[in-house]
Ligand binder design. Structure first.
Ligand code: B12
Length: 321
C-alpha cells in the first residue's frame, strides 16, 4: 500500500493509524452474534477528518483472521500507530497480545509502532496495565475522541505528549498520569462513526431479532445516577466532579440521522443503543417519533433502570410501533 496522499503537504507522509479488533474467543452467552466495534469506528471518524492522518480498521472477528493473519496484516499496512479498545475486561489479554504483535512487526521493519489503548478497563487499571504490559505505550483515559487526535498530533511532532490531557504512560521507569481531560460539551459536534471502513454486512445478533444486520448507536454518554455496583457513571464522570454521575446526550435528530444512514446505505435493521439509562424525560418519545416519521422499519434495543421504565411506561407503546 502506498503512502500517497492527495491532501496536505505532499512532502509530509501522512500518519498511518490502524485500529484493531483482535481475534477473540467466541462468547457463547449471547448466542450467535457478531458485534460491530463502534468505539473504533467512532475514534476513526474523528481522525479521518484530518488531512494528514490515514486510518484503517481491521476486525479480525469479522474477517476471520487469526494471530498470524493479523501479524501479516500489520506488516503489509505498516502503520505508525496501532490502537485497540479495552471496553470490556475480558478482552485485556487479546489487546495486550495485539500490541505485542505490533511491536514485533515494528522492529522487523526497523521502525517502532506506537501502541495506544483505551476504554473502561484500561482507564481504571493504569498501573497494572502499564507495568504488566510494556508493549502498551499509551493509555487514553475516559473520553478518547479528542485525546487520541491530540496524541496523533504529538506523534507527528506537532505537540508534546507532556501537554496532552487524559493520557498515561511510562517514563524513566515511572508512571506519568497527565491531568484529566474536560468532557466534550456538545456530543452533536462529534462526527458520525466511520462506517465505511468496515464491511457492515457481516454484523448480526440472531438472539435479539429476526431483522438483518446489527449496529450499535451512541445516544448518550454517562448516567445521572451513582449506583454503587456500576462502573459506567464513573467512566464518564466529569473530572471536576468525579464522585457524581454526568449524563450527556446526542440530539434525537442526530441519533436517527445515523440510524437512517446505516439503514439506507447498508440495509441494517437492528440497532443497540449504547446508553446505560436511555429512558429519561421524553427523549425516547422524540426518537420514536423521528424513526416513525422517516419510515425506518427497524428494531431497536435500549437499556434503562427499572424505575425509569415504570416512570415512562406511557412511552413504551410508541417505541414498539
Ligand atoms: C454495546 C455494548 C456491548 C455490545 C457490543 C460491544 C462491542 N463493541 O463489541 C455487546 C452486547 C456485544 C456487549 C457484550 C459484552 N459487554 Co458490553 N457494553 C456495551 C455498551 C452498552 C456500549 C459500548 C459502546 O459501544 N459505547 C460507545 C463507545 C463510543 O464508548 P466506549 O466504548 O466507552 O469508548 C469511548 C471511551 O471509552 C474511549 N475508548 C474506548 N476504547 C478505546 C480505545 C482507544 C485506542 C482509545 C484511544 C480510546 C478508547 O473512547 C471512546 C470514545 O470516547 C457498554 C456500556 C456503555 N455505555 O459504554 C457495555 C460494556 C462495555 N459491556 C460490558 C460487559 C461486561 C460486556 C460483556 C462481558 C457482557 C457479558 N457478560 O457477556 C460482553 C463482552 C463481549 C466481548 N467478548 O467483547 C461492560 C464492561 C465493563 C468491564 N470493565 O469489563 C460495560 C462497560 C457495561 C457495564 N456497565 O459494565 N456489550
Amino acid at each position: 500500500m502506498g503512502h500517497h496522499s492527495t491532501y496536505g503537504d505532499p512532502i509530509m507522509k501522512p500518519l498511518k493509524v490502524l485500529f484493531i479488533e483482535p481475534p477473540k474467543i467466541f462468547w457463547f452467552l449471547m448466542g450467535e452474534y457478531l458485534p460491530p466495534p463502534l468505539q473504533l469506528m467512532q475514534l476513526a471518524g474523528v481522525l479521518e477528518q484530518e488531512q494528514d492522518i490515514e486510518v484503517e480498521i481491521v476486525d479480525c472477528q469479522a474477517e476471520l483472521l487469526d494471530w498470524r493473519d493479523l501479524e501479516s496484516h500489520i506488516e503489509s499496512y505498516a502503520p505508525d500507530v496501532v490502537c485497540a479498545s479495552g471496553f470490556a475486561t475480558c478482552n485485556t489479554y487479546a489487546i495486550a497480545r495485539t500490541m505485542e504483535v505490533a511491536k514485533k512487526v515494528g522492529s522487523s521493519l526497523n521502525k517502532e509502532i506506537a501502541t495506544v489503548v483505551g476504554g473502561s478497563h484500561f482507564t481504571v487499571m493504569i498501573d497494572e496495565s502499564l507495568t504488566s504490559y510494556p508493549e502498551i505505550d499509551f493509555i487514553i483515559r475516559g473520553e478518547g475522541d479528542i485525546t487520541l487526535l491530540e496524541l496523533c498530533k504529538a506523534l507527528q511532532g506537532k505537540k508534546s505528549v507532556v501537554d496532552i490531557k487524559g493520557i498515561s504512560f511510562m517514563h524513566n521507569g515511572g508512571i506519568v498520569n497527565n491531568p484529566p481531560r474536560p468532557l466534550i460539551k456538545n456530543l452533536d459536534e462529534l462526527p458520525s462513526p466511520a462506517y465505511h471502513l468496515l464491511d457492515l454486512s457481516k454484523y448480526h445478533f440472531k438472539m435479539m431479532t429476526d431483522k438483518g444486520g446489527y449496529m450499535n448507536i451512541e445516544d448518550s454518554r454517562g448516567c445521572q445516577h451513582n449506583c454503587t455496583f456500576c462502573s459506567q457513571w464513573k467512566h464518564w464522570a466529569d473530572p471536576t466532579n468525579p464522585e457524581r454521575g454526568c449524563w450527556r446526550q446526542r440530539s434525537p435528530k442526530r441519533i436517527v440521522d445515523d440510524i437512517e444512514y446505516v439503514y439506507n446505505n447498508y440495509g441494517v435493521e437492528f440497532f443497540w443503543f449504547t446508553g446505560d439509562n436511555v429512558l429519561v424525560g421524553d427523549r425516547t418519545k422524540q426518537i420514536s417519533q423521528e424513526i416513525l416519521n422517516r419510515n425506518l422499519d427497524i428494531d431497536w434495543f435500549i437499556q434503562a433502570r427499572v424505575d425509569a421504565v415504570i416512570r415512562h411506561q406511557d412511552q413504551l407503546p410508541l417505541q414498539k410501533s
